[in-house]
Write a protein that binds this ligand. Structure first.
Ligand code: UD1
Ligand code: CA
Length: 471
């Protein structure tokens, strides 16, 4: 089937009460429009048109690969019928089915759309609507059928009679239309109660002309939620979260409590991984098998190897943590870092754009920036790579099996040879040869009876003051 997609995204979204265009509100790391487009692209359309309103620029800029999309502008939000009319010039000459989707229905599943398009093709409809049964039909358009069960029209909630309002079958806002029906769009009259051209009116117009229409009630209510208000946005987020966590539970991931867990749709998690509350896994993060992710951890666009342990209150950004490594508590792994197999990055350690070798340990209070650190290095508490010379970032290289005493500063660029020792409290400004001990602190000395002498001095000074007050 030759397919083109049209996304209607030009509404003003008044009911959101927000300065952000409605379709740019986010769910799980992507805007509503990005979710709709992603699902649409999974159907492999030959062409995609997005109808946008006064926020043309912002919406276009929000799409990563906007070059593949034709954006058309509906300057005034005159209704969904008018919006589709604006898309027609971009579809001129296209011979195939057009699938129309509202930009505010981010949870629609690809499988449901595929099933719908198959039905549309099989039944040889000119126009089909995807409908669903709703427990709370609320603001959705009701599907009106005749005695034979054929769809007659769609009546919007505000125009429905009391008995029509009781109808549970509603319009999802997804339509399949053959180009032969496009001329009907011009026949839609303005709806007096709302002052808009309703796309939904096309069904009644087609029926009156004897053009074949169909309505297919498939899919679940949850996937068709149309987001018009902040309340509905929260509900959509909740539904998306439930969908994602269910998928991972089915694949053997354990959650202690999913209430506060946030997982982006593109994240992958291996089986037997345990996820504690308030964990955020974002972007295209991949977590391996048998990992433990403790509370208050946020991992963005990173790869976590099998058996890794990420302890409480840790942030990992655009980095790689290899198998069996331990990170945290309270650690910050900044972009471009790689933490080796079995390595340990502990309490209050910040790592930036650094390679940390296999089995290396930085257990407490350190800053490792622009560093290349080998295997089995012991990094003492308070170690700092002074990587910025006020102009450029400089590299610290620490080779395998080095032992770094506490409170060491490396003034980069500097290189520490294999197996060297750095004495605690040293400021290292020069390269250290392999197996040497580098010691740069002032030698300790003792001043005999200094405390006693000082006390005597203070006492005599006080006596002097008293005497001078008396005289
Ligand atoms: C619409 C349908 C309703 C359906 C529901 C499903 C109409 C008249 N009603 O109602 O039958 O049950 O969706 O969620 O179509 N838009 C434009 N230009 C406009 C107006 C809207 O592009 O001038 C876009 C919006 O950005 C939105 C979509 O069309 O993405 C739907 O518009 P909205 O106002 O949300 O329609 P609903 O009242 O939800
Ligand atoms: Ca809507």
């Amino acid at each position: 089937m030759k397919l083109a997609g049209v996304v209607l995204a030009a509404g003003i979204g008044k009911r959101m009460n927000s300065s952000l265009p409605k379709v740019l509100h986010q769910l799980h790391g992507a805007t509503m429009l990005q979710h709709v487009l992603k699902t649409l692209y999974e159907l492999k359309p030959q062409k995609v048109v997005v109808v946008v309103g006064k926020h043309f620029k912002e919406i276009k800029e929000s799409i990563k690969d906007a070059s593949a999309i034709s954006f058309v502008q509906q300057k005034e939000a005159k209704g969904t019928g008018d919006a589709l009319l604006k898309a027609l010039p971009s579809l001129r000459g296209f011979k195939g089915t057009i699938i129309v989707i509202n930009g505010d229905t981010p949870l629609i599943a690809r499988e449901t759309l595929k099933k719908f398009l198959l039905l549309h093709e099989e039944k040889k409809d000119v126009i089909s609507i995807l409908s669903f049964m709703s427990q709370e039909p609320g603001s959705y358009g009701r599907i009106i059928r005749d005695k034979a069960g054929d769809v007659v029209s769609i009546i919007e909630d505000r125009d429905a009679t009391a008995s029509q309002k009781r109808i549970g079958e509603v319009n999802s806002g997804v339509y399949a239309i053959e180009p032969g029906a496009f001329h009907l769009l011009k026949k839609i009259k303005i709806n007096d109660s709302k002052g808009e051209y309703y796309l939904t009116d096309i069904i009644r117009i087609a029926r009156d002309k004897g053009i074949k229409t169909g309505a297919y009630c498939i899919g679940s209510e949850d996937e068709f939620i149309g987001v018009n208000t902040q309340e509905e946005l929260e509900k959509a987020r909740q539904l998306m979260k439930d969908r994602i966590t269910k998928k991972w539970k089915d694949r053997g991931v354990s959650f202690l409590d999913t209430t506060s867990v946030f997982i982006s749709p593109d994240v992958k998690i291996g089986r037997d991984t345990i996820v504690y509350p308030n964990v955020h896994l974002e972007g295209n993060t991949k977590v391996g098998r048998g990992c433990t992710i403790y509370p208050n951890v946020r991992i963005q666009n990173s790869v976590i190897g099998d058996g890794a342990i990420i302890k409480d209150s840790t942030l990992i950004e655009s980095s790689v943590v290899k198998n069996m490594a331990t990170i945290g508590p309270f650690a910050h792994i900044r972009p471009g870092s790689e933490i080796g197999t079995g390595a340990k990055i502990g309490n209050f350690v910040e790592v930036k754009k650094s390679l940390v070798g296999m089995g290396t340990k930085a257990s407490h209070l350190a800053y490792l920036g622009d560093a290349k650190i080998g295997k089995n290095v012991n990094i003492g508490a308070g170690t700092i790579t002074c990587n910025y010379d006020g102009d450029k970032k400089q590299i610290t290289t620490i080779e395998d099996n080095v032992f770094i005493g506490s409170d060491t500063q490396f003034i980069a660029p500097v290189k520490i040879g294999k197996g060297a020792y750095i004495a605690a409290g040293s400021t290292i400004t020069k390269n250290v040869p392999s197996k040497a001990l580098a010691l740069s602190r002032v030698e300790q000395r003792h001043i005999k009876d200094w405390v006693l002498k000082r006390k005597l001095k203070v006492k005599s000074e006080k006596l002097q003051v008293k005497k001078s007050e008396k005289s």
